[in-house]
Design a protein around this ligand. Sequence first.
Ligand SMILES: [Zn+2]
Length: 310
Amino acid sequence: MSPVQMLLGCLLLLYLSEFLVWVRPDAWLFRRRGRGWEAVTHGALISSSRGSLHWVYPIPQLGRAYSVRSCAPLATTTGSNADSPPVAAAFSVRDIERRCQLVAHSLKPLRWTSWGLWVLICLVCPLLLLWVGLQPMLWVVVSGSLILMATNAWMLAQIHGKLFAESGDERLRLVLSACLSPLAAIRSWDLAQKQALDGFHPLAVAAALPNFRGWECLAAAEWRRLRYPLAPVRSPDGAIILDNPDSTEVRAAIEALARARRIEPAFWDATPKAEDPAHTQYCPRCRSQFTRQATACQDCRWTALLPISQ
Ligand SMILES: [Zn+2]
């Protein structure tokens, strides 16, 4: 392999690494797939108890993804979490669509610098390297990159400051990385939008994103998790941790979303048919089926298995 090919190979690997996204276990990641969107539920490149690594399409705009915390506290009418957003606001599909459009529209000026750098790094750089050699290529690419990166960082700081005034640390991280690397600067247009929908409920975000895949499966699993909470456990510091405190309103909001999508939530809790004649019980949280000898679902730590009607 020639030095030029090795250099281009390294550049390609560095470019692709910018399109990997780390997802914490308490967050949902929404990414583009085909003509629509999906929530990342499996297929991680690396996975651990601290989170998992996923990839997005390695093209500006198509590589956009939204990270939404799954256990953000919500204020209910019974009074808990009074400082948090109310359930109705967290489930407002219209507000999510408006927020999404506002953030995308505000950050639109960054598309020029992002695509400009993309053309410079992905097209102009390899072609000049092959045709005119390393030194002339460096003159053109470095001078062009510096102008575009400086413009990009200035616009990013201004627009991000208006949209997310409270996220100073995140803005500093984004702007610094966009100043230091042209590849990070290409990504800054999409990464600036990653937290745009945080605070809304993930199922409402899924309902608001166009052509979202597999909404009913996710909604049914979440609804069952709330419907059958685990017994309270005591943390190492002595505090009692409730699995899903005050979930009635959240479940009602999920049911309302389902009916708006012409899905009947009553089926989510229906007794399943036995997948095997030996199965006589099932776990109401995850719908796994068990034989008569089983006393608990190990995956969910659920002990009250329900009978399957034969
Ligand atoms: Zn289970």
